[in-house]
Design a protein around this ligand. Structure first.
Ligand SMILES: [Zn+2]
Ligand SMILES: [Zn+2]
Length: 299
């Protein structure tokens, strides 16, 4: 088995304008047996960050596209798609996230939890708070998200390092990086709910897995020893990003001693063998990317 547990569709307004089927053709070329059909969640009343997500009405379209994809995968022998949604945990309005998941996601395979800090209030806090104040709020909210048990996967723990200028500067130094690595390790180990996967989001590993993004190799290694389970997702918004950096991340994981990776089906965590995934994985064929994006361009 080989699966990419995180991708997006054009409904989020910042992804490639192709039919979702295009992602499955590239995934097949790369050896994937399974793929995840995912996107950013809407909020009732479309009250948050509408520039990065579908409207609530469009969730029906997302569901229809998924059903169509399941049929098409059978007909055309494409990777089996699962239905996930990436849901923002609103740090200043937890109830909005809780209500949305409870009302709309009963039949989804998995809910990915993310802390994006992109509403006006969140951005203002991020800019005015000190590093310690920000980390304290981030940790409290990350733990609240995990312990809500709404999420089977917690996604891109790197996000705060890219969007918070103070932390971005801090991790350029060796001691600052270590401080933030320790923060990540301590935060993950503080959860009461242990039944979730931590995502290795390869979109941030463009400069190789040693790049200063989280979880770093040291963080993965420490958390792996403590029994934390990992999934690997590309967070692809463009078809050329499907399975990006998987090979180098797999190699790092093997060095750490990881043998099993995980995914979620019908809200249940399941495992597959890293060695098998390694054997199936093939590098992306850019000529195929050019052909597929032309063939499946949105009309
Ligand atoms: Zn996105
Ligand atoms: Zn994403």
């Amino acid at each position: 088995m080989l699966i990419d547990t995180h991708s997006h569709t054009y409904l989020c307004k910042h992804a490639q304008l192709v039919y979702p089927e295009a992602f499955l053709h590239i995934a097949k070329q790369m050896g994937f047996t399974h793929f995840v059909f995912c996107d950013h969640n809407p909020f009732p009343g479309d009250k948050y960050d509408l520039i990065h997500r579908m409207t609530l009405d469009e969730l029906n379209l997302f569901n229809e596209m998924y059903e169509k994809q399941v049929r098409m995968s059978k007909e055309k022998d494409l990777p089996v798609p699962f239905k996930y949604l990436e849901v923002d945990w609103q740090p200043f309005d937890n109830q909005a996230s809780i209500d949305f998941v409870n009302a709309y996601l009963a039949d989804f395979d998995c809910v990915l939890g993310s802390l994006h800090f992109n509403s006006e209030q969140e951005k203002a806090f991020m800019e005015s708070a000190s590093v310690d104040e920000y980390l304290a709020l981030f940790q409290a909210q990350w733990l609240a998200a995990v312990d809500s048990s709404l999420f089977q996967i917690m996604t891109h723990f790197d996000f705060f390092s890219f969007y918070n200028k103070k932390i971005y500067e801090l991790i350029k130094t060796e001691s600052g990086l270590k401080q933030i690595e320790d923060f990540v390790i301590q935060t993950v180990l503080k959860t009461e709910n242990k039944n979730f996967l931590l995502e290795i989001n390869t979109s941030a590993y463009k400069n190789g897995p040693e790049f200063k993004t989280f979880p770093t190799k040291r963080v993965i290694s420490e958390l792996f020893k403590q029994g934390v389970k990992f999934c690997v997702g590309s967070d692809s918004h463009f078809i050329k990003q499907v399975g990006q950096q998987f090979k180098s991340v797999f190699e790092s994981l093997i060095e750490i001693g990881v043998t099993d990776l995980y995914y979620v089906e019908k809200k249940t965590i399941k495992s597959y063998k890293l060695a098998d995934a390694m054997k199936l994985y093939k590098a992306i064929d850019m000529q195929e990317v050019a052909r597929i994006q032309e063939e499946f361009k949105l009309k």
